[in-house]
Design a binder for this molecule. Sequence first.
Ligand code: FDA
Length: 309
Amino acid sequence: MLRTSLLYLSRQQRVFDFIRNVGFARKMASRFVAGETITTALDAVAALNAKGITASLDLLGESVANEAEARETGRQYLEILDRIDQRKLDANVSVKLTALGQDISDDLGVEIVREVLTRAKQYHSFARLDMESSAYTDRTLDTFEQQLYPDFRDNVGIVLQSALRRTLADVDRANRLQCRVRICKGAYLEPADVAFPEKADVDRNYVAAMHRLMEHGRYPGIATHDEAIIAEAKRFAKEKGIAPDRYEFQMLYGVRRDLQEQIVKEGYRIRVYVPFGAQWYPYLMRRLAERPANLAFMAGNIVKETLHR
Ligand code: FDA
């Protein structure tokens, strides 16, 4: 119930307009979002790199209202890639096709994402196409397969969501292509005909997808904070003789930092997804919906910090 309400609120622009300048809300956001500028985000990446953690930078902002906004988002991604290279950081980028104009027209989204991929290729870097709600799954995968992957095989990858009933078929399609996949559970509220309503089924499907990607895919990103699944990935890798440099774990900025550091210490690869930018509200609400206990946790921390000042 609380999750549904938080996800509903995540789509309410007027609520964001109201709370964006409230200090308390901005402080809550800072736990999960690396500031509003490229510089603050790159500083956060440098701090992660110093701990042996790589990163993927995400400029927050989903569907854009017009072509000029989409082109500006594309321009900022070019700048991010330039500045990652200048600072010699170990980081790539994650992009949402809707933020690059896909909802204005497919052609515009493709044109801009190709510019980003061309720059990524120049730096031998990589851009991950984040997966949005199931309304975009086919469009994103078709665009990827037909218009991006043939020219950018080493520089672009997709995300699949174990919540969706279709996902094992998409995993097999990706393995046939030998493209890079990030597997996650899925952050969007979906109808029961396309997604599993029960968490146990989502988790089971995750493990099945993960096994196929680890055994037959190309350098999968195992994106989860679920300790049971992480333990299963390690066990499966040992059983099948899959070396730790053939896959990476991925987690979100600010989530389970203890686990992130432990994974590095154990000698596994881990990449942290680092979101930043002024449009932090829908992202924050999705993170709170995943773990409503965070609301109390963050509020408690802010009160503690305020009292100690
Ligand atoms: P689950 O939700 O079952 O949580 C497992 C445990 O992790 C919890 O018990 C808790 O301890 C901890 N945890 C999880 N979320 C937490 C939080 N917010 N705060 C504190 N603790 C938390 N989704 C999508 O639809 N499209 C995408 O492109 C991506 N991309 C992406 C990249 C990366 C690197 C990650 C890690 C995740 C995504 N996601 C995503 C989000 C993903 O679908 C999912 O919503 C979250 O990762 C939470 O699911 P878990 O797998 O962590 O499991």
